[in-house]
Ligand binder design. Structure first.
Ligand SMILES: [Zn+2]
Length: 285
C-alpha cells in the first residue's frame, strides 16, 4: 500500500484527513490544502495539490510540495493570492501600502506558483464545487469516496464562540454556498477548521451558519437606524458580536462588515452618504 501523510486518518475509501490548524485532505496522490508541517508529506506520493482558496493558512507548505513535483491548482480568482499572499494585505488596506506592524499573520505566508485552474480540474479522484463568499474563488472538493472538503465555507457550531464573525467578502454568496453544500450528495463533510462531521450531522451546522448571517444582517439594520460611519459600523458589529479587541480581529471585521454593508445597500435596505467627509450608512425607514 502506498504511503499516506503520517498523521492522516482514513475517513472513507481512499480519502484521508490530515488534521492540523487547517485540516488538509489526501486521496491517492491528490492533496487538498496543506497542513502546516511538510514533514507529514515525506515519502508520500503527491502529483496534484488543490488549494480551496487564497488564504495562506491553506497553502502553508504548498511551495515545498510543488518543488517536490506536485502540480498546484487554484481558482482563477484566488490564484494571484496563492502566488503572492501580500495581495490580501494590500486588499485589506484598500490597496494602499500597509505597514508590517498592522498585518495579521493569517494572511502572511510563502507564495506558491499555480500550475492550473480549479475550474479546469478534471480528475477522477475529486470534483471541485464553487463555494464563493469567504473569498471570490473559494472552492470545495468532493472526493470520489463521498467526502466533501469545504475549506472555510462552513464553520461548525462550536467554532462560533471563537469566531463570532467569520471573515466573508460577500455574505449573500456565503448563504448560497451553504445551501449548495446542503444539496451535495456526500457521506462526510470536512471543514478546514474543526472536525469532520457526517452529512446528517452537518445539517444543523449549515442551518446555524445561515442563521448567524441573517443575525448580523438584522443587527446592522437595527444599529444603522440613527446612521453610523463605516468605522462606527465596524465597531458596533464587533462589540455586539463579542469580538476580541485586537488588530487582527479589527482588520478582518473591517472587510466582513463592509461585505454586509455592500449587500444591504444593493438590496436597498440601507443608504450611503458622505457627510463631513465621512461615509455614513443608514437604515431606510
Ligand atoms: Zn480562509
Amino acid at each position: 500500500m502506498p504511503a499516506v501523510p503520517d498523521t492522516a486518518t482514513r475517513l472513507s475509501g481512499d480519502t484521508y484527513v490530515v488534521p492540523g490548524l487547517t485540516n488538509a485532505g489526501y486521496i491517492a496522490g491528490l492533496g487538498i490544502d496543506t497542513s502546516e508541517d511538510e514533514a507529514h508529506y515525506t515519502q508520500v506520493p503527491l502529483d496534484t495539490l488543490v488549494i480551496t482558496h487564497g488564504h495562506a493558512d491553506h497553502f502553508s507548505v504548498a511551495y515545498l510540495l510543488r518543488s517536490s513535483g506536485a502540480r498546484v491548482i487554484a481558482a482563477r480568482d484566488d490564484a494571484a493570492m496563492v502566488e503572492n499572499p501580500d495581495i490580501n494585505i494590500r486588499g485589506m488596506f484598500s490597496w494602499a501600502k500597509p505597514s508590517d506592524k498592522m498585518t495579521t499573520k493569517l494572511f502572511r505566508g510563502i507564495g506558491c506558483a499555480v500550475d492550473g485552474y480549479v475550474e479546469d480540474l478534471d480528475d477522477p479522484r475529486a470534483t471541485a464545487i464553487s463555494l464563493p463568499g469567504h473569498t471570490l474563488g473559494h472552492h470545495g472538493l468532493l472526493t470520489a469516496d463521498g467526502v466533501l472538503f469545504t475549506g472555510d465555507a462552513l464553520y461548525l457550531r462550536e467554532l462560533w464562540e471563537q469566531h463570532p464573525l467569520p471573515y466573508a467578502i460577500d455574505p449573500g454568496m456565503v448563504v448560497a454556498s451553504l445551501e449548495r453544500i446542503a444539496s451535495v450528495q456526500c457521506e462526510w463533510i470536512v471543514p478546514a477548521h474543526g472536525r469532520p462531521v457526517s452529512r446528517e450531522e452537518a445539517e444543523e451546522h449549515l442551518a446555524y451558519h445561515i442563521e448567524q448571517v441573517y443575525e448580523v444582517h438584522d443587527l446592522l439594520l437595527e444599529g444603522l437606524v440613527p446612521g453610523l460611519t463605516t468605522e462606527q459600523a465596524v465597531a458596533y458589529v464587533s462589540r455586539r458580536r463579542g469580538l476580541a479587541e485586537n488588530a487582527a480581529a479589527y482588520w478582518l471585521a473591517v472587510t466582513t462588515v463592509k461585505g454586509y454593508l455592500g449587500e444591504l445597500l444593493a438590496r436597498g435596505e440601507i443608504e450611503f452618504s458622505v457627510r463631513d467627509h465621512a461615509g455614513w450608512w443608514q437604515t431606510v425607514s
